[in-house]
Design a protein around this ligand. Structure first.
Ligand code: LLP
Length: 420
């Protein structure tokens, strides 16, 4: 169920009226519903085999309060930098529930994660393996590792978020996998514990997952025959969510049944790394109409959120549903709008020809399904302080990441001596 719904014509997040938050913090702002985060986590974990480590992909939404909400539900974390690692720890996730992924971990990042006592590294290349071995040996430690393999499977998602094809930079090429495992086995600073795979994001069919997981299961058998004592598989993230009303991503139960089928008889601990599924439906971006402009060819609604707040439309041609915070009168005339932000870029375009009940300046709008890859991708481009983040719980709300002032954004910049 959605925890963002109209009550008496006014959009609420759980029991809080959105205009009440707008009056308190100004627009634009992200608003997250705790109940939605908790519900998404529950649906996911109930669908998975018992005992699976659900390592929330922190990249989807790194807000500390969001991570902590998921951590209280039982989540571990999948991180791709020491920064995300520190966020996960700060939010209360034990290092023993943290998986460190990513193609470009630095040696200091490896050292940090080893000191913290992480669950496992997902290693993505032979050179990274050698570096990790050296870092671990220098500390007298042994790094638990899985190798992330590239199964050369088409995830059938947007090209910019596909990661499991041979041409993608991610994972170890299928043809080299056995050699790299053999090399890993010979190194004293690492202990091979598993196999990891992640084929992409916003995947809306089960078949690509099934194909990739079957390849991994086959590989586990092969590697065991080669003498590797594998005890874990990590199936990554990627389960899609509906953005448009016609979207029909796999049901989480069907995904879970497929995962269960894939690991049947393997006798392994299972790790999953969902990001978007847990947080996307739990967030909206609220914005206000600044101006309306009739162009020669198009009708523009200029809103106060920009591509610096929500990059997904500009980066991936992503579609986000846009609704009115105050429900329009039934039968109100609908007009096509190009909904654009204030940033000086033509790609600062959220929606083209979007049919909306006639707008006027001051109207509040909400972009839905914005809880994943929204605030985390924000920037200060055009010297615009990114939208603040609000977390709702029942009838309460809290500002969990305030809007910075421009002065604060400038404060850490320094003039070189020759400019005085
Ligand atoms: N694990 C790994 C190794 C990943 O690279 C990712 C996402 C995930 C897990 C989580 O995937 P999810 O469950 O969220 O699909 N910014 C893009 C999405 C980039 C995804 C990057 N990797 C977007 O807004 O669509």
């Amino acid at each position: 169920m959605s925890h963002f719904a109209h009550r008496s014509g006014v959009l609420h997040a759980e029991d809080v009226a959105i205009p009440q938050i707008a009056a308190a913090v100004g627009t634009p702002f992200y608003c997250y519903a705790s109940a939605s985060l908790e519900e998404q986590y529950r649906h996911f974990s109930e669908a998975m085999p018992k005992g699976a480590l659900i390592a929330y992909a922190v990249k989807a939404n790194g807000n500390l309060a969001v991570i902590r909400t998921l951590a209280r539900s039982g989540a571990g974390a999948d991180v791709v930098s020491a920064g995300e690692f520190k966020r996960a720890l700060a939010a209360g996730i034990a290092a023993q529930k943290i998986v460190f992924s990513g193609v470009g971990k630095t040696r200091p990042e490896m050292a940090f994660a080893l000191d913290a006592g992480l669950y496992q590294f997902n290693v993505e290349s032979e050179s990274e393996l050698e570096a990790l071995n050296e870092v671990a040996l220098s500390k007298g430690a042994v790094a638990p590792i899985a190798l992330r393999v590239n199964p050369d499977v088409d995830a059938k998602t947007h090209a910019k978020i596909s990661t499991g094809k041979a041409e993608n930079k991610f994972g170890i090429a299928w043809t080299q996998v056995r050699d790299v495992y053999a090399r890993a086995k010979s190194l004293a600073g690492v202990k091979v514990v598993g196999v990891a795979v992640h084929i992409g994001s916003q995947i809306i069919e089960l078949d690509p997952f099934r194909a990739a997981f079957a390849r991994v299961a086959e590989l586990v058998r092969q590697l065991r025959a080669d003498g590797h004592a594998l005890t874990r598989v990590d199936f990554g993230g990627g389960l899609g969510v509906p953005y448009e009303s016609g979207d029909a991503p796999p049901r989480v139960r069907d995904y879970g049944d497929m995962v269960r089928e894939a690991v049947r008889h393997l006798d392994v601990e299972l790790i999953l790394e969902p990001g978007r599924f847990l947080t996307a439906p739990a967030g909206i971006l609220v914005t206000q109409v600044l101006y309306l402009k009739e162009g020669e060819k198009r009708r523009f609604a200029i809103v106060d959120a920009g591509m610096n707040d929500l990059m997904r439309p500009a980066l991936y041609d992503a579609w986000h549903e846009l609704i009115r915070v105050q429900e329009p009168a039934p039968g109100a005339a609908r007009l096509p709008y190009d909904v654009v932000g204030p940033v000086c870029e033509s790609t600062d375009l959220f929606a083209r020809d979007r049919e909306l009940a006639e707008l006027k300046a001051g109207d509040l709008l909400a972009f839905l399904t914005a809880g994943a890859y929204g605030a985390v991708l924000a920037s200060g481009y055009n010297a615009r302080p990114p939208a603040p983040e609000i977390l709702v719980k029942g009838g309460q709300f809290a500002v969990v990441h305030p809007r910075k002032t421009v002065e604060a954004m400038m404060a850490d910049e320094k003039m070189p001596s020759w400019l005085g």
